[in-house]
Ligand binder design. Structure first.
Ligand code: 9MG
Length: 263
């Protein structure tokens, strides 16, 4: 899943793709590099990010979504707002990626009314405050229980399990130690019975480990993507598609004993 931020303030690429033309060109580049899915977001969820108005979010996302309808790659929209979900689905989105796991009033209904896929992500708190001393007992058990409850809420609302992906939400109300514990035990999320997504790309825990700023975290992001895939994640939310595909190709060639067609 290639990341396409159409925002002025995302932590790693904020402002770079704010114009429609730049965003569309970047999306085409990610697809050409081998992305299987693109995730378009019009509101930054980085720690401390200010919320944008619903109208601004729609103005950022819809023109890009519309301009990419000829792309042979499904398009996801990263939003927590039911109106944005409905309009994005009407404009051709195939998936909703929601960092609030469809908790907003009307979000379950917006997704249930279509046949799209949905990614339910865990977070603790709001982006503005979530990194202020988050506390868990057993972080894996708590995150899993939350995701299981949201999957059940989706099914009760008429969203079939086959449409659902779950994501532990690395970096969302979690310390570096929590993120590493979740990665170490990511294979345990298979019990949820849905595909698992993982998003480590350029995140601050990688900065804490390597001492590098967001723009210099490619090698660390590749390591985290590979570790996620080895633990069973089948959707990797990433900025650097070509490089990640190459890293995965080496792992898959080793695992499958076949150097052709492995990634
Ligand atoms: C929008 N967004 C930012 N980070 C993310 C992550 O790790 N997972 C998902 N599903 N969405 C994310």
């Amino acid at each position: 899943m290639g990341v396409l931020n159409v925002t002025p303030d995302s932590f790693s690429d904020g402002g770079r793709f704010l114009s429609r033309e730049a965003a569309v060109a970047h999306a085409r580049r990610l697809a050409a590099e081998g992305a299987d899915l693109l995730d378009i977001g019009g509101e930054s969820s980085r720690p401390g990010a200010a919320p944008v108005s619903e109208d601004d979010e729609l103005e950022r996302v819809l023109p890009v979504l519309e301009a990419l309808q000829d792309l042979p790659v499904p398009l996801s929209v990263d939003t927590r707002r039911p109106r944005v979900m409905r309009e994005a689905l009407a404009a051709g989105a195939s998936m909703i990626n929601d960092i609030e796991a469809l908790e907003a009033p009307g979000a379950l209904e917006a997704v249930a009314a279509s046949s799209c896929g949905v990614c339910l992500m865990h977070k603790k708190g709001d982006p503005a405050t979530m990194q202020r001393d988050p506390v868990y007992g057993d972080v894996v058990a708590e995150v899993k229980a939350y995701l299981a409850a949201r999957i059940a809420a989706c099914e009760a609302a008429g969203i079939a399990r086959e449409r659902i992906v779950a994501d532990p939400g690395f970096g969302f109300g979690k310390t570096a130690a929590h993120n590493l514990e979740l990665l170490r035990r990511l294979a345990q999320f298979a019990d949820l019975g849905v595909p698992i997504a993982s998003g480590w790309s350029r995140k601050s825990t990688l900065g804490a480990i390597t001492g590098r700023p967001a723009g210099e975290r490619l090698a660390a992001s590749l390591a985290a993507a590979l570790l996620s895939a080895q633990a069973g994640a089948t959707i990797l939310r990433i900025h650097d598609v070509g490089e990640t595909r190459d890293a995965l190709a080496v792992w898959l060639a080793m695992r499958n004993g076949d150097i052709r067609g492995t990634a």
